[in-house]
Design a protein around this ligand. Structure first.
Ligand code: ZN
Length: 272
């Protein structure tokens, strides 16, 4: 038997469901339509920077697994090597018929397609941008790890040969860098975002190139790659956990210590 109160409650719930279900259905439908429109091949109409292109049909594509220096907008200065990185991307893809391969996430929060981009000869543009020193590895948390070993190998090769960014963008180093094992970003010591890293996810690097070599990307706020420096607050340092992962010094002239015979243990953190 229904009481008056339960009838009122049921009517209210039914009304709420009717109100809410329409936008939910529409949201699902638009997401499904978005996923259905994943081009396998396309022509490149415009290159925004070193990691983003626009296809002939207007779709924006963000390269998976990499990040490139930002081009300044609205009077803001461009980051070091941003224009050269864009030019390198133009030289590879403009006017070309490309093949797109998608990872776990098909689009980012801005609606851009997320893809590995291949040239007609099979070259992976994402990897080539890293190998030539025009971009760095962006790990995107733990997603899309399939290409990570290849990307890191290309990046270490670019760093040790001082290609592109690695030869051009030298700035005053910080005494230590704070890495976040959850987001794979790293910070200068004074960065407020660096101080928010939980103890569990905190790791320190003695050199920013160590952080890059492990696939950590620089914070967009404190910009560890630029000449900009923040007030030093040694909040991220964990005694005994500052690491230097390079078995061989990348820039021998700047390192007086002989290379260590064994790889330090931090590499065992990852399965690759
Ligand atoms: Zn930061």
């Amino acid at each position: 038997m229904f009481t008056r109160r339960s009838i009122v409650f049921n009517l209210t719930v039914t009304s709420l469901c009717m109100i809410l279900s329409t936008p939910v259905r529409q949201g699902c439908a638009s997401r499904a339509a978005g996923l259905a429109r994943l081009p396998a091949e396309a022509s490149v109409g415009f290159v925004s920077d070193g990691d983003t292109i626009i296809l002939d049909d207007g779709e924006k594509v963000r390269y998976l697994g990499i990040d490139a220096p930002e081009i300044g907008h609205g009077g803001d200065p461009s980051e070091c090597y941003a224009q050269k990185s864009r030019k390198a991307n133009i030289a590879m893809v403009i006017g070309k018929k490309i093949t797109l391969r998608y990872g776990i996430e098909k689009r980012d929060r801005y609606g851009r397609l997320l893809a590995w981009v291949f040239l007609p000869d099979g070259t992976c543009v994402n990897i080539e941008m890293v190998r030539s020193g025009n971009a760095w590895v962006y790990r995107n948390g733990e997603k899309d790890r399939e290409m990570l070993p290849t990307l890191l190998k290309a990046q270490r090769e670019a760093i040790s040969n001082r290609r592109g960014i690695w030869g051009a963008c030298t700035s005053r180093p910080s005494p230590v860098y704070c890495g976040n094992l959850k987001t794979y970003t790293f910070h200068r010591p004074g960065c407020p975002l660096g101080r928010e890293i939980s103890q569990r996810h905190k790791i320190s690097f003695a050199d920013r190139l160590d952080a890059f070599s492990e696939g950590f990307s620089p914070c967009r706020v404190c910009k560890p790659l630029s000449a900009h420096t923040l007030r030093h607050i040694p909040g991220c340092v964990i005694p005994g956990k500052v690491i230097n992962i390079r078995a061989q010094p990348l820039f021998p002239h700047s390192v007086s210590q002989p290379p260590k015979p064994q790889k330090p243990s931090c590499t065992s953190r990852s399965s690759w």
